[in-house]
Design a binder for this molecule. Structure first.
Ligand code: F0G
Length: 459
């Protein structure tokens, strides 16, 4: 089929989309969501804000909080309850929602000690309906897909976007096409997309190769792209930052630390912090820092080797498969957020990620490997003096601990091998964090002996 699928009108409503590089207001949206003039990424903006046509900050804060007691689906969603600062649907009742958002903010006392800060908190976006932060962006973008009468939606993914998209497509009675790299998807994520009924294609390539194939597909078939180049995804993801500020009673933390993969999430959170300041909802912005795995560090290298002028693509390799991305789409947006908020970019090793993940687990919270880069990165940012021990820090945990059980079990059993480190060295380094299961005969004496041995170890 060689039909070229072209552009469609931007939804009439409270917003428009503007190119982040040439500044052109696109009156029509291309199927790949890139600027029709220069090919760069677009972002949503709200022209009425500049005219002051938005509720007073105190009114907004009260309205958003009040909705938490409502049972209306739109209010019960931790995304749509912030609809005054989101792109408006033609009909609000058409929102496809799984009651996403409203995720907990936890104290991490042990992790705080290990990182060398007085207090550390984590906003756990893994507590969303499909177990990752992707749900907040998905509810928004897929609702626009349905508004535009699409039957099919698609994404290339390292596993979480696809799980989320498949669930929301099913809820909205739409068909979904998942394009994932063969063999590099955590089991939890793959099983979700199957159960939610997606057409799941495992391609013999990596994530970046999947993106290339999908870009071809969307030009040849009427299918709505749900990767984070879609600016409506980032609008939904913004709400995690607003909700975080609300949970802190509008006291702005000094630092927010985010994992970096395709670099949509830190861009979305940064946009929200800047917008909340612009609207007067808060009077400051946190420094938003991005942490990458050493083996998948294009943003880190872009800044350190090219001063942020051009993207350094890498051949990505990391056991944190969610962020195994070498050619991130939103690198320019991400750079803008680093600059506007004064954040840093840091990279961490596989061993540092593994230790940090077990530490988040030991605080009774848990997360998937890609989320643990935040704690590993924080330790480095404290050591170099960028984060002061008395400053307030919030980690964004992006995925649930059950997403990648294979990694966790291998780690605790001592079966995990990490790149660029000898096994014996890695095992010695992680001895304190590992808790292997104990296989015993079926009698109380054997179990009590194990318990006593553990007591002696702790003493
Ligand atoms: N953490 C998790 C658990 C992720 O799944 C991802 C991205 C990231 C962090 C990085 O976020 O891409 O916005 O910088 N996962 C994507 C996916 C790419 O397909 O699920 P980002």
């Amino acid at each position: 089929m060689e039909v070229q699928y072209g552009v469609r009108a931007v939804s009439r409503g409270n917003h428009r989309v503007r190119c982040i590089v040439c500044g052109d207001v696109n009156r029509e949206l291309a199927v790949d969501f890139r600027c029709t003039r220069c090919g760069e990424l677009l972002e949503v903006e709200f022209p009425a804000w500049a005219l002051g046509a938005v509720p007073e900050p105190a009114e907004l804060r009260a309205l958003w909080r009040e909705r938490r007691t409502s049972n209306q689906p739109l209010d019960a969603s931790g995304v749509w309850r912030f609809r005054e600062v989101l792109p408006a649907l033609d009909d609000w009742s058409h929102a496809i929602t799984l009651r996403e958002g409203n995720t907990p903010l936890y104290d991490l006392p042990r992790c705080a000690r290990s990182a060398g800060v007085e207090r550390l908190q984590a906003k756990h976006q893994g507590m969303n309906p499909t177990g990752s932060f992707k749900d907040t962006g998905m509810t928004c973008a897929i609702s626009f897909a349905r508004q535009n009468n699409y039957k099919w939606v698609a994404c290339a993914s390292t596993g979480n976007t696809s799980a989320s998209m498949a669930a929301y497509a099913a809820r909205g009675s739409m068909r979904s096409l998942v394009i994932i790299p063969d063999g590099k998807i955590a089991w939890g994520k793959l099983s979700q997309s199957l159960d939610y009924g997606a057409l799941t294609c495992q391609l013999r390539t990596d994530f970046d190769g999947c993106v290339r194939v999908l870009n071809d597909i969307i030009r040849r078939y009427p299918i709505y792209l749900l990767n984070s180049v879609n600016p409506y995804r980032l609008e939904g993801q913004k709400t995690a930052a607003i909700e975080l500020l609300e949970q802190l009673d509008w006291r702005v933390p000094d630092h927010v630390i985010v994992p970096g993969g395709n670099l949509g999430n830190n861009s979305a959170l940064g946009k929200a912090f800047l917008e909340m300041k612009q609207l007067g909802v808060v009077d400051a912005i946190p420094k938003v820092s991005v942490i990458q795995a050493e083996g998948a560090n294009p943003l880190y290298r872009t800044i350190h080797e090219k001063g942020g002028r051009e993207l350094v693509s890498v051949e990505a390799e990391t056991l944190a498969t969610a962020i195994r991305i070498g050619n991130p789409a939103s690198w320019r947006k991400s750079l803008r957020v680093l600059e506007a908020t004064g954040g840093r970019v840091e990279q961490v090793s596989e061993a540092e990620i593994a230790v940090a993940k077990a530490e988040v687990g030991a605080d009774g919270v848990g997360c998937e490997p890609a989320s643990a880069v935040t704690l590993a990165g924080l330790k480095k940012l404290v050591k170099c003096g960028f984060v002061k021990p008395t400053e307030s820090v919030v980690l964004i945990l992006t995925g649930h601990v059950l997403k990648d059980p294979e990694y966790t079990i291998k780690f605790h059993r001592g079966d995990l091998s990490v790149p660029r480190m000898a096994d014996h060295e890695f095992h010695a380094m992680t001895e304190r964090q590992r808790k292997a299961p104990v296989v015993l005969d079926a009698n109380a004496d054997a179990v009590l002996r194990a318990l006593e041995a553990e007591e002696r170890q702790d003493a």
